[in-house]
Design a protein around this ligand. Structure first.
Ligand code: ZN
Ligand code: ZN
Length: 156
């Protein structure tokens, strides 16, 4: 499946959104930052590095490998994006939506990976309550929940 089939052709709204999100974070919205964040905002699923690179090239804003890695690291550092590990050992990236009531970012949502096409989706609305008791001396700093199954595109 070509990446263009998942990107809406009209992207100016997202472009403005990407720019203002970066400005709200108190940072400088360089073109490469805007391009990458816009791609992530525009797709409902998480994208691999390769998919982001080809989406940027298709939009006429080709980024070299090093720049793309640097921008992705920067977006993650600023909590505008997050990366998700998956069974195929390929990192996938997605924009990180913010909770309106709570200025902290919503890292703690669940993910869904399709067993048939491998696509990975952020389930922003699904916030598992990681309520468990750890043995003395252990402190939880990060918890992940990935559900696996069949995505809507893969229903027979
Ligand atoms: Zn699927
Ligand atoms: Zn996510």
């Amino acid at each position: 499946m070509s990446i263009s089939s998942v990107l809406p052709s009209q992207t100016s709204g997202a472009s403005l959104q990407a720019k203002s999100l970066i400005q709200e974070a108190g940072e400088r919205p360089t073109l490469s930052r805007q391009v990458v964040l816009e791609i992530l905002l525009n797709t409902p699923r998480a994208l691999t590095h390769t998919e982001i690179a080809s989406a940027a090239a298709e939009a006429g804003n080709a980024l070299d490998r090093v720049t793309l890695y640097r921008v992705l690291d920067w977006l993650i550092d600023k909590e505008l994006a997050h990366k998700i590990a998956s069974e195929d050992r390929v990192w996938r990236f997605n924009a990180l939506s913010r909770d309106a009531q709570n200025s902290s970012s919503t890292h703690e949502h669940a993910h869904f990976q399709c067993k048939y096409c491998g696509q990975l989706y952020c389930l922003d609305e699904l916030r598992p309550a990681f309520a468990f008791t750890l043995p003395p001396g252990f402190q939880c700093e990060h918890a992940e929940l990935t559900l696996r199954g069949r995505c809507p595109d893969c229903q027979d």
